[in-house]
Ligand binder design. Structure first.
Ligand code: GRF
Length: 221
């Protein structure tokens, strides 16, 4: 039976996030700002894992004293051994969710299954269009412009064992302008859509508003 003054023992444990990165880390920064600067997300970034030791994202983690690890294919030799290391790190930091924020590696099936429905990715296009192995970075936006699409945007989805094929959680779009180049489209989508969309979804994930039931996403908005 709880005694007076014991309330703190029953405080909700904050959701623990692991953020996987590969490059500049602007999506990571959007999450850091939302959590630690604006206090908009009831969660913690427990660890940042980078596929590359030179990623600027690591500097961002360091600046906010967030523990970080490097899990590169170069050091581990195979995707399986790299992902065994990632899984060990996720368990060490008791991560509840894994957020792929500009992460360029493709996770092995073993890792995806160990964290089934708990790995989320943000992709800079309106999936299922312009997704898959070759669609990353500027390639996505170049393909969108070449196809004459009138709209593009970003999709946040759960990660399954395919590439960009998991259940969609949220998607937002903007107009492709006649004067858009792959660079300008990438910049607008990153700024106007990806950052706020990722923050919103991660916030709702931490609040327990997003679940998977019977193979469908249930999003209580
Ligand atoms: C951009 O290409 C973005 O569209 C994609 O990841 C890259 C951004 O990475 N989702 P980062 O978050 O700035 O490292």
């Amino acid at each position: 039976m709880p005694l007076p003054g014991d309330d703190h023992l029953f405080e909700k444990r904050k959701t623990r996030l692991a953020v996987l990165v590969s490059g500049g880390g602007s999506n990571l920064q959007a999450l850091i700002d939302a959590i630690y600067v604006r206090g908009e997300i009831d969660g913690d970034i427990s660890v940042v894992i980078s596929s590359n030791a030179g990623a600027f994202a690591l500097k961002r983690a360091e600046q906010f004293r967030i523990p970080a690890a490097v899990a590169s294919l170069k050091d581990h030799g195979s995707p399986e051994s790299r992902d065994a290391f990632i899984l060990k790190t996720l368990r060490e930091y008791a991560a509840d969710y894994v957020i792929l924020a500009g992460y360029l590696g493709i996770l092995t099936d073993g890792l995806v299954k160990a964290y089934e429905n708990r790995i989320v990715n943000i992709h800079p296009a309106l999936l299922p269009k312009f997704g898959g192995k070759n669609y990353h970075g500027l390639n996505v936006h170049r393909a969108v412009i070449e196809a004459g699409e009138r709209k593009s945007g970003a999709t946040v989805h759960f990660v399954d064992t395919g590439v960009d094929t998991g259940l969609a959680i949220a998607q937002e779009s903007l107009k492709v302008l006649p004067e858009d180049t792959p660079q300008s489209l990438q910049a607008r989508i990153l700024d106007e859509i990806e950052h706020p969309l990722l923050v919103r979804v991660v916030r709702d994930l931490c609040d327990g508003k997003i679940k998977v039931a019977d193979g469908k996403v249930v999003y209580e908005k």
